[in-house]
Design a protein around this ligand. Structure first.
Ligand SMILES: [Zn+2]
Length: 517
């Protein structure tokens, strides 16, 4: 997959179009013929690609964000420092209208400590971390026997077994047949009611990761939240896969496993404020039409948040910088946004679409990168099947970066989800990131996991994609009406998950077969 950056760079220029230095000063666009317009666009794209592939700044930005600021939990001092840092970077790059837009989340949260030991039938120190926005054990910890809870039968577990949960530490396991893929998000949504039931039943704690998921191995844990702007009073911890496997083996052999656990976290008394960071390159012909380009500035705190989502932050800054330096001007406005609150449930992007509600009809698309450290290999068009053909044509221009597949998948695991909800193409730049399963929300999410050539390549793909949308002669897209969006989300099996998380704004819309216009 990986190729030397300069090779890719040279190939990109050949495929995209003319080398900028070869541009003949006498060539003028007539503005009437689409091939002349295409070639004008290709020249601009080539010069943006040249800037993006030869600029090492995004990798420097990533080092500053990772090593100088570090983990950036929304509402924390580090997140505030990152907001100042992002604002300064956007100003230094030369973006226009650089500002922050504040929003409120219901509570702030700080991790303090998490320790646990198996005390019987063996003695063994466990490696674990607390999930975010969950509670604490009593000071000094608590001791209890492990009781397993089958994630695949949560409803049964709650109705049949919750009377036995008092004083127990509940270990989430998976036994029997897994539900089909389209029901997995709904399973995530059922985890919250289970955590409430466990708290009400006086269980000590729950061992189970984000949405009841297991750790990925390599002796690391994965933190995360368990809903959208939601907190839980019961402590919930992520245990390493290695430790969990051992406990499950002991239980399978009929042994009673007893654990002492001490988890301490702190909630704020009331709401906390955060902010998105925004800067623009104003459009020359339709400045009122807006293409959002972004990633999220916040991260988890077990490490540096370099892959999630230092990548998206620095590709966004790098894309902006490449376009500014190329001198190419888009017809429409490119609005670069570093969201915060993503990790607590897309809070920054949801706040953005709310704040800019009246301006949404002028929005064209949102391009988001948030799938780890790998090369972009997919455009997920957020349910907008009507754009597949245009996006495929564009993806051909990027062939020298490897094949980019195009589909209309909807992604609610990134800020694209907020834009899909308002009928816009929330375009997820899907990445081939096999190691992301280890770095995701873990102690291993550090600067060294990002390769500079991949960062440069992804910065380039993001810059070109954003500019292509903003500078096309024809507007790529307009928001769909709510009924059409609701219908699409139902067809994509997103409705039950969105309803369970309280994110479904459509009432009964979309349940009827779509009317032919
Ligand atoms: Zn992320």
């Amino acid at each position: 997959m990986r190729r030397p950056a300069l090779l890719a760079f040279a190939a990109a220029l050949v495929l995209i179009g003319a080398w900028p230095a070869r541009t003949s000063p006498g060539v003028q666009s007539s503005g009437n013929s689409s091939s002349a317009t295409d070639s004008e666009m290709d020249k601009k794209l080539a010069s943006i690609a040249g800037e993006a592939m030869t600029d090492a700044k995004p990798y420097q930005y990533l080092e500053e964000l990772s090593d100088d600021i570090g983990g950036r939990v929304t509402g924390s001092a580090q997140a505030a420092a990152a907001i100042v840092w992002g604002t300064e970077k956007m100003k230094a790059i030369g973006l226009e209208n650089v500002h922050t837009e504040t929003f409120e989340m219901s509570r702030g949260w700080t991790r303090i400590s998490a320790n646990a030991d198996v005390v019987s039938p063996i003695h063994h120190r466990l490696t674990l971390s607390s999930l975010g926005w969950v509670g604490s054990t009593p000071q000094g910890g608590a001791e209890g026997d492990i009781m397993t809870v089958n994630m695949y039968q949560l409803a049964d577990e709650m109705s049949s077994n919750s009377a036995k949960w008092a004083g127990k530490i509940l270990l989430v396991v998976r036994k029997g047949d897994a539900p089909p893929p389209q029901e997995r998000r709904a399973l995530f949504a059922k985890f919250g009611p289970f955590l409430k039931a466990a708290y009400d039943a006086h269980a000590i704690a729950v061992i189970g990761g984000q949405g009841g998921s297991k750790s990925q191995g390599m002796n690391i844990t994965h933190t995360g939240v368990l809903g959208f702007d939601t907190s839980y009073d019961i402590p919930v911890v992520s245990l390493t896969d290695e430790d969990q496997e051992q406990i499950e083996r002991l239980i399978d052999r009929g042994k009673t496993v007893r654990i002492k656990m001490n988890v301490q976290n702190r909630f704020t008394d009331g709401p906390v404020q955060s902010a998105n960071v925004i800067g623009e390159i104003r459009g020359t012909q339709n400045p009122e039409q807006i293409v959002v380009v972004g990633g999220h500035l916040d991260s988890w705190d077990l490490a540096e948040g370099s892959t999630d989502n230092g990548m998206g932050t620095t590709t966004t800054l790098g894309a902006a910088e490449a376009i500014v330096k190329s001198g190419a001007k888009p017809r429409r406005t490119l609005r670069f946004v570093l969201f915060t609150g993503e990790e607590q449930g897309l809070l920054g992007s949801l706040a953005y679409t709310k704040l800019h509600k009246d301006e949404m009809t002028s929005h064209v698309a949102a391009v988001i990168l948030d799938n780890g450290q790998g090369p972009v290999n997919e455009f997920n068009l957020g349910g907008r099947a009507d754009l597949i053909s245009a996006a495929k044509d564009f993806a051909k221009k990027l062939m020298s970066f490897g094949e980019i597949a195009v589909n209309d998948d909807v992604e609610f695991g990134t800020d694209t989800g907020s834009f899909c909800l308002v009928g816009l193409p929330g375009i997820n730049l899907g990445q081939d990131s096999p190691d992301y399963k280890y770095t995701h929300h873990s102690e291993a999410d550090t600067y060294d996991k990002v390769k500079p050539d991949i960062l440069a390549r992804d910065t380039t793909v993001m810059a070109l994609t954003a500019f292509w949308i903003a500078d096309r002669e024809e507007r790529l897209a307009s928001p769909w009406p709510p009924e059409k969006t609701a219908h699409m989300l139902i067809e994509k099996h997103q409705d039950s998950m969105l309803k369970a998380f309280g994110l479904w704004p459509f009432g009964n819309l979309g349940s009827e077969p779509e009317k032919k216009q």
